[in-house]
Design a protein around this ligand. Structure first.
Ligand SMILES: Nc1ncnc2c1ncn2[C@@H]1O[C@H](COP(=O)(O)OP(=O)(O)OP(=O)(O)O)[C@@H](O)[C@H]1O
Ligand SMILES: [Mg+2]
Length: 455
């Protein structure tokens, strides 16, 4: 049985602040075979990708977001903005030293999204100018001097989903939705992206804008109690084969790289204690990039006047001119203090080892769709045989995954639902079974000799 007991911070704290690149991927958890799961938020072929994470209260959204933010904070080519209006910034506060801007009020969030739209326009104009001269790339390729801009939105419904109460707030929510949709549709090539989390994964939580939802992927799906909610986050999958109610501890999730791609179960690293997050944040804050001059100018006054610390305690944001100001020769060199960073990382590492217990053992391999094998191997042969036997009895309408599981269990009492689903998926991939969408679900058919089973 595969299980994970992870010492979560070991990997993360070995990073040197500012030296990672977004194309290195963000390791945020482990798969069933212990290999690290990477999140690719920018790829050379696609550009910037907008992600959606959904999960019930307490399923581990903020924790998972912490791990992802930690990866972003280690990247020297990614500027991070964050919006958290649900809990007045509480969930994101520990990362403040790494955020270039944190909005904790609705009006500020709208101003931030406005600025992001303006940055996309300005960068797109530069791309067009270069293209007209036959120069440059077709998209912004993140570098420390022209970084990717990632906007984290923790609890989307609190920003986009306001439909009742104060009319001003309803109007602000509508504006936020409109801007977010624009960013999701135009940010890809301009290097501006959204990372959206939500407790209630419904179109209403995203401002009733289906276009907006359709732009968001990869998809991260933690425990959710309703099938429809899972179906909102994971797109185009057979909901009979993904059951997040099996996620009995926080931090378990399915990761789906894009619509219609098979979701993989993952255990996210644990990173939820604010003192540890805060130590990491201070370590990585020593080497954060700043927005390029084009983006800064476009972001305008709201950006220039953004509060250094929305919590109004003594500021932790570096007040000295930052990296992109290197056109000014009288300024001190950028804050890239390796020693300070090293000390802070050591402290975080020590704290992690003393404060964090080993995580509970988890039967990841028994969850549906674990990716320990993508081809049928020797161990799967008896299961393949059982599924083939069950499918042979299917009528022209085929069978659902649940019906197949029941049938297999009659033949092999020890069969586990997760294994049935995994082998079934492999059979579809390799052409030894057929899957057709019917209504909201899927039905399976044998592919061997269909005419011999015709009713
Ligand atoms: N990967 C993990 N490993 C171990 N424990 C975890 C993990 N992720 C979360 N937890 C535990 O679960 C608790 C809830 O996690 P978290 O705050 O991330 O949930 P959430 O989905 O953001 O909840 P809410 O919707 O209420 O904001 C954490 O305080 C922590 O104790
Ligand atoms: Mg949370």
């Amino acid at each position: 049985m595969t299980s994970t007991t992870s010492r979560p911070l070991d990997r993360l704290t070995l990073w040197t602040p500012g030296e990672r690149r977004i194309t290195d991927g963000l390791p945020f958890g482990e798969r069933a075979d212990h290999s690290p799961m990477l999140l690719d938020l920018w790829t050379p072929t696609h550009g910037a990708r907008h992600a959606l994470m959904g999960g019930a209260s307490g399923s581990g959204k903020t924790n998972t977001l912490n791990v992802i933010t930690c990866g972003l904070a280690a990247c020297g080519d990614t500027v991070i903005w964050a919006i958290e209006v649900a809990k007045a910034g509480q969930g994101q506060a520990a990362w403040l030293p790494c955020f270039d801007w944190l909005a904790t009020r609705l009006d500020e969030a709208v101003a931030m999204l406005d600025a992001a739209v303006a940055i996309i326009d300005a960068r797109s104009r530069v791309l067009a100018t270069h293209a007209a001269r036959g120069q440059g790339d077709d998209k912004v390729v993140p570098t420390p001097d022209q970084p990717l801009l990632t906007i984290i939105i923790d609890e989307a419904a609190a920003l986009f989903g306001i439909r009742t109460g104060n009319p001003d707030r309803i109007e602000l929510a509508a504006q936020a939705t409109e801007r977010a949709r624009q960013i999701s549709q135009t940010g890809r090539s301009a290097g501006v992206q959204l990372l959206v989390t939500t407790q209630r994964p419904t179109v209403a939580a995203l401002g009733d804008d289906g276009d907006f939802r359709s732009q968001l992927h990869p998809n991260l799906c933690l425990r959710m109690n309703r099938r429809a909610d899972v179906g909102f986050v994971l797109q185009g999958v057979d909901l009979d084969t993904v059951d997040t109610t099996l996620f009995n501890v926080p931090g378990l999730l399915y990761v789906q790289d894009g619509p219609d791609v098979d979701p993989l179960p993952v255990r996210s690293y644990a990173l939820y204690q604010p003192p540890i997050v805060n130590r990491l944040a201070h370590a990585f804050a020593t080497a954060r990039p700043t927005l390029d001059p084009v983006a800064r100018t476009a972001a305008g006054e709201a950006y220039a006047a953004r509060p250094a610390d929305p919590f109004q305690t003594p500021t932790t944001r570096p007040t000295t001119p930052r990296r992109a100001d290197n056109d000014r020769t009288d300024t001190p060199s950028p804050r890239r203090g390796r020693t300070a960073a090293g000390d802070a990382l050591d402290a975080a590492r020590t704290a992690a080892h003393t404060d964090l217990p080993d995580l509970p053992t988890l039967p990841l391999a028994h969850l549906p769709n674990d990716d320990t094998s993508t081809t049928v191997d020797g161990d799967d042969a008896p299961m393949t045989e059982a599924i083939t036997a069950v499918l042979a009895e299917a009528g022209p309408a085929g069978m659902t995954a649940a019906e197949i599981t029941n049938g297999v269990k009659k033949l092999r009492a020890s069969a586990h639902r997760g294994s049935v689903h995994r082998v079934l998926r492999t059979m579809v991939d390799t052409g030894t079974a057929r899957r057709t969408p019917v209504g909201k679900g899927y039905r399976y058919h044998p592919t061997t000799t269909p005419e011999s089973h015709a009713a």
